[in-house]
Design a protein around this ligand. Structure first.
Ligand code: SAM
Length: 245
């Protein structure tokens, strides 16, 4: 059998493509890409001539079994999304699951990811964290989701589209109050920027600025919230934190 390689791609800065990722994309038989035209630009930049096949959320059901057949026949495949890590708010999970079911090796290659990159620069507690990705779009459903998340102890990480950013921040302000938060914008790009403060500051920023580019929203967890640990581990966690804070 062939192997499935999960290859992260840059989230803005092409220099973030690792040597290993380039070599894997050169060496595999086939690249399964979310958007083959978008990925072709990356391949051209690094002189990679490997053939592509499209693999996105709308053809996963039919394409995943085809890719599994190829893998079983010995084809090596790299899966890439448009930016960052495959499967993280991007296509990939079903293919990995089917590889696992079929005993096909899955090799995850480290690289760019917007959530973790912004988390470690946010100034918020890096662990525990809860990566949520995109919230629901309908306001009522979004507020319901946020109300549940408001009970959680971990630092929260969200992705949001620019045209929905202001509304989402206002909903967060309603549900979380003025918790500590960070807005990470245009990571790895020319206009990279972090807005740190309370959620009020982030809302003000979104009202005062033209909202352009890509954003990660990070929110401090609820210190009295649900810790998703056994009670005795809760205690241990608290005393460690008391020492740090
Ligand atoms: N797979 C990607 C990853 O590993 O981070 C995420 C893909 S998801 C479809 C796209 C979202 O990720 C954007 O809407 C934004 O919230 C976030 N994102 C991606 N690139 C970013 C960047 N350069 N700066 C800030 N946020 C980014």
């Amino acid at each position: 059998t062939g192997s499935l390689y999960l290859v992260p791609t840059p989230i803005g800065n092409l220099d973030d493509m690792t040597i290993r990722s380039i070599n894997i994309l050169k060496d595999v038989d086939l690249i399964a890409a979310e958007d083959t035209r978008n990925t072709q630009k990356l391949l051209n930049h690094f002189d990679i001539t490997t053939k592509q096949i499209s693999f996105h959320e709308h053809n996963t059901e039919q394409r995943a079994p085809e890719l599994i057949e190829k893998l079983r026949a010995g084809t090596s495949i790299a899966q890439v999304s448009d930016a960052g890590m495959p499967s993280i708010s991007d296509p990939g999970r079903e293919l990995v699951q089917q590889c696992v079911e079929n005993d096909i090796p899955v090799i995850s290659v480290p690289g760019p990811n917007a959530g973790l990159t912004s988390l470690i620069a946010s100034g918020l507690k890096p662990q525990p964290f809860l990566f949520y990705g995109f919230l629901k779009r309908k306001p009522k459903e979004q507020v319901d989701e946020l109300e549940i998340l408001a009970q959680a102890y971990p630092t929260l990480i969200f992705y949001e589209a620019p045209h929905r950013l202001k509304k989402t921040l206002i909903n967060m302000q309603k549900v979380f109050g003025n918790r500590q938060a960070t807005l990470a914008r245009e990571l790895t790009k020319k206009f990279e920027e972090y807005v740190r403060g309370g959620i009020d500051d982030l809302v003000d920023w979104s009202k005062e600025n033209e909202i352009r580019g890509e954003f990660v929203i990070l929110i401090a967890g609820n210190p009295n919230g649900f810790k998703i640990m056994k009670p005795d581990e809760n205690k241990a966690q608290l005393s460690v934190e008391e020492q740090i804070d």
